[in-house]
Design a protein around this ligand. Sequence first.
Ligand code: C5P
Length: 235
Amino acid sequence: LSAPERIVGAIELALGATGPLAGQHVVVTAGATREAIDPIRILTNRSTGKMGYAIARAAIQAGARVTLISAPTNLSPVEGAEMIDIESALELLDAVQTHVAGADALIMAAAVADYRPLDVATDKIKKADADMAIQLTRNPDILATVGTPGAIRVGFAAETRDHEANALGKLERKNLDMIVANDAREAMGSDENAVTLYFRDGRIETLGRDAKTDLAQQIVARVGALILARRAPSL
Ligand code: C5P
């Protein structure tokens, strides 16, 4: 990290010590998983990790202890976060299982590959004149698989069509407290996004087009409110 980045990080940590998420442990996943084809080639997607990193930073600013489980990105590590580097969906599953124990929230912003090559070649695959096919096998759905007793569960839905129906289906299937829906083409790689939040209790909230850093703060504020509501359901 550069000196200015370190100074900003130290100020964020100092401000966060008394923030609304002080004492909470938040696990965030970010980035595009990489699925090996052979020692040289990978299968991946266009997610840059910006939204997940912005959420990790916003959670730190709000005072949380943050574990950021990250697939490879071009972003600087988040100062103050416990950084866990993974590559594949299976490694991500393993890391989430390890770090989510006792956490207050799991926010899955990672773009996880739905499939991985069935066989990973030990040597570089050589070209031939004929076409070739790579057989893919399903990756486990991490959110649907991992038990998170007591933690608020937040997922993302990046779609190119039928945003609402898809988001509501995932909210249900993945047993989420909140899902952040956005348009995949608008979101990927951009510094801005427009998102709609769908909550387990049926509430829907649209956050207008804004910088990902600002949206991240609003998303983290909603997660903080959900943590509080779970603690004191009668309030
Ligand atoms: O089903 P879909 O991939 O569209 O759902 C997206 C949400 O589920 C994201 O929060 C993503 O991190 C999570 N996910 C997961 N495990 C997968 C695929 C996606 O936890 N194998």
